[in-house]
Design a protein around this ligand. Structure first.
Ligand code: ADP
Length: 235
């Protein structure tokens, strides 16, 4: 699908680097594709940095303890994640952006927009919390039916974690059914964000190779006039 006219212009954030964000349901194939993209960009000679949506040391303890004892409300959970992302942005994302890298993010602030809204937070309040996060140059939304997300998760024998399943919301006593219901909510949120935030929607329920071809097609325009490491050295 071609880039939407609402896609912000590359570099609109003012950093010399570029942000390419991967978003979508669990099991939509984001990590697989993000890693393949990083390899491809590296092989083409670009300076590329990869970052994942992991908790930083700053708040991971608080989040872990809060989750274990079910102490977190949707609001406190959202605030902790925003603090976590702010820390990660300053420490891990901004430095390579300033240094002119292509920064590939496996999940970005939109993950919080979708998850927090699915947990009942006011979307405008959440968006405001993340005002520090610059708009990416591309957001690739890996769109799959919820059934595909579940099937891949089960096929990979990956353990479904209780938070991914939204068990704190009491949607169902069954982990799998709760996962299905929560992922359905997330999909609704992502589908709402997609036109609003100019996501490029990638049909991710296809083979890995087909999805790779779509990802490259969508990323190529960002590379026009973007210097490779060699070009930077030789000026
Ligand atoms: P995510 O990062 O979105 O949770 P992953 O990339 O970890 O998704 O993929 C989840 C599972 O689905 C993994 O076992 C992966 O090998 C598999 N997978 C990824 N892409 C595809 C695809 N296009 N078709 C079938 N299985 C896939």
């Amino acid at each position: 699908m071609p880039a939407d006219r609402r896609t912000p212009p590359p570099g609109g954030h003012g950093y010399p680097g570029r942000i390419i964000a991967f978003e979508g349901l669990d099991g939509s194939g984001k990590s697989t594709q993000a890693r393949l993209l990083v390899k491809w960009l590296g092989a083409l000679g670009y300076r590329v940095f990869f970052t994942e949506w992991n908790s930083s040391e700053l708040v991971s303890d608080a989040i872990r303890r809060g989750k274990k004892q079910n102490l977190l409300t949707a609001t406190t959970f959202s605030l902790l994640h925003a603090a976590d992302f702010a820390d990660r942005f300053e420490r891990h994302i901004a430095p390579p952006l300033r240094a002119g890298y292509l920064v590939v993010c496996d999940r970005y602030a939109y993950t919080a927009f979708a998850r927090d809204a699915a947990r009942g937070c006011d979307p405008r309040w959440v968006r405001n919390l993340y005002a520090f996060a610059p708009r990416p140059d591309r957001v690739l939304y890996f769109r799959v039916p919820v059934a595909t997300s579940i099937a891949r998760k089960l096929a990979a024998r990956e353990k479904i974690n209780t938070w991914e399943a939204g068990m704190d919301l009491g949607l169902s006593e069954s982990l799998l059914e709760s996962f299905r219901l929560f992922q359905t909510r997330l999909k609704r949120e992502y589908d709402r964000l997609a036109p609003r935030d100019g996501f490029v929607t990638i049909r991710a329920d296809r083979s890995v190779e087909e999805v790779v071809a779509s990802v490259r097609q969508e990323v190529r325009p960002l590379l026009v006039d973007f210097p490779t490491a060699e070009a930077l050295v030789h000026g």
